[in-house]
Design a protein around this ligand. Sequence first.
Ligand SMILES: NC(=O)c1ccc[n+]([C@@H]2O[C@H](COP(=O)([O-])OP(=O)(O)OC[C@H]3O[C@@H](n4cnc5c(N)ncnc54)[C@H](O)[C@@H]3O)[C@@H](O)[C@H]2O)c1
Ligand SMILES: O=C(O)C[C@H](O)C(=O)O
Ligand SMILES: [Mg+2]
Length: 638
Amino acid sequence: MISSACRGSLKSLCSVQLRSNTRQHASLISCNNSPNVKRFSTAFSSQTDGEVLTVGGALSGEEPIHETGEWAGCKRSFMIPIRISVRGTDILLDPLYNKGTAFKTGERDRLRFRGMLPHRIMNIHLQKERFLQALRAEDSNIRKNVMLEDLHDRNETLYHRVLVDHIEEMAPYIYTPTVGQACMEFATRYRRPRGMYFTEEDRGHMAAMVYNWPHRDVHVICVTDGSRILGLGDLGANGMGIPIGKLALYCAAGGIAPHRVLPVVFDAGTNNEALLQDKYYLGVQRKRLKGAAYFRMMDEFMDAVRFRWPNVLVQFEDFSSEVAQTLLDRYRDDHLCFNDDIQGTGATTLAGVLGALRAKGEEVTSLGDQRIVIAGAGSAGIGIAQVLMQAMEEQGRTPEEAKNAFYILDQNGLLGTDRANDLNAEQRVFVRSADNNLSLMDVVKKYKPTILLGVTTVGGLFTGDLIREMHSSCERPIIFPLSNPTNKAECTAEQAYEWTNGQCIFASGSPFDTIEFEDGRVFYPSQCNNMYVFPGLGLGASVCGAQKVTDRMLYVAAETLANFVSKKDMEEGRLFPQLTRIREVSHRIAVAVVEEALREGLATKVKPADANDLDSFVGRKMYFPEYVPLVEKREISI
Ligand SMILES: NC(=O)c1ccc[n+]([C@@H]2O[C@H](COP(=O)([O-])OP(=O)(O)OC[C@H]3O[C@@H](n4cnc5c(N)ncnc54)[C@H](O)[C@@H]3O)[C@@H](O)[C@H]2O)c1
Ligand SMILES: O=C(O)C[C@H](O)C(=O)O
Ligand SMILES: [Mg+2]
């Protein structure tokens, strides 16, 4: 990291206006004192394991590129090179540093691989154009996923640039729904390592093993034990695709630099019979560890990662509901962690429901007046109920009034007091005193819901009869089939609009295309997915050094997301901002989370001066994928 003394001298060294005619942000260290610059991103250099070079003049022959646009008026800017320990042609094989054909002549010389690349020098735009041409020529989504992951393994900067500039197009290939198929085919498609695996055999070694990870400053870990991958069930170690996809979004959507994220599979075995018999399966081919042995292994993992990276944020992802809540309760007070399926989903759905109420022309404070049926009483269903209930209480309802708004069902029907003993503590909060086990159709008939949420993993559960029944007593029903991937959605967008004659307000977990009715009406189905919340939540919690993630942080994240939806979005029936704005959304959510952390006295890394301008504080920390000059790390005397 650059010292403040160096920073001062750099500023004076760099008072030249650098050549600039491209559209990127660059790695800049100055501008901090420029009143004209509202927002700027930290690129790779100031964050890498490689060190920042402290003499700007050493960049002779280089052409630092950055634009005037956002930087207008900022004369004293500088693109910070990074000092790397990798040498010669190894640089071309290191995806964090490799720029492929974009290495310029001076750099090819300086880094000692001149002659190892063809003559022409591309820039990141041409490289991206060429890649997109090839990607778009491919029909199969899984092949597109493989092409993107190959790029990820070759050149992280270009990969993340493709995601940042084309997030709406790329998200379905690197994330739900295609990531589900990528997980199912993980073993047969396995090529190169990415992330870490921890097994029971590693007991006693984990604190040492974490030092095998080559990056010293990890900010976010996404860990799964593969026991509930999307709605696809227990995929064991094949679940690695999920943390990889989530963390790709952390970088592209949340502005966390790629060397600061670590995907992990906590491989405690699998109960998937097919995988236990599969000769190509790559994970631990034993039944899952259970009970104390499982939790002891997790304790060691959590302690090990915190030992090496004391401020690391751990995101629990796709753990089955047998352990998900227990793990969250076990660590949430002492570790910086959250469960995305419980908390992230709850916050995102709250934002979507508030948006839907506004779209209906109702006050958001009418939330507590709604009749909300949640099909699915697992991590997501209960997580959603908890966050919605918290919102009702924030709006002034008593806990009893708030609870009364919910009708929650699992696979045996409505959660009722008669079977309270079979339910966990979080589910018991929502049991109803009558109508134990009532079927979904009967619940809809009897209680006439205004909101129907699906988190069951059962594709097609919302039938035409069910939706028509709901519509018969609610003119504009709010219908969110949230299960992933697409074939697990409780109904499709087309069905929901058709069965309600276009009057429903719809959002789904996986994306659906725009729908045009024959009468000319056009519908834009919204995607209600926790990807709207976790990148910003993680960014905020991590940059401010939050000691823990609190329920109120989730609540402010939801509120911020809901407020981000523009009038135009609403007019078009969109309940969430377009994905093209996801970085702005994450930035705002992060600011709100930092403010909340400060309010709760949990922020450890915000200086008073930064607290006055959290917008810039967060913006400055956001990674933007751009090529940065590289120099070899060696002793230099100046
Ligand atoms: N859109 C999002 O952001 C988002 C976030 C988290 C989870 N999800 C999706 O939600 C689904 C559920 O996730 P989870 O973690 O809660 O899983 P889970 O296994 O913990 O819960 C599933 C629940 O559905 C119930 N169920 C099964 N069949 C049912 C039926 N016929 N009627 C009513 N209930 C039934 C089960 O009893 C269980 O309570 C998954 O498909 C997941 O991909 C989506
Ligand atoms: O992964 C997603 O797309 C959302 C959610 O975390 C899920 O488990 O389905
Ligand atoms: Mg998940």
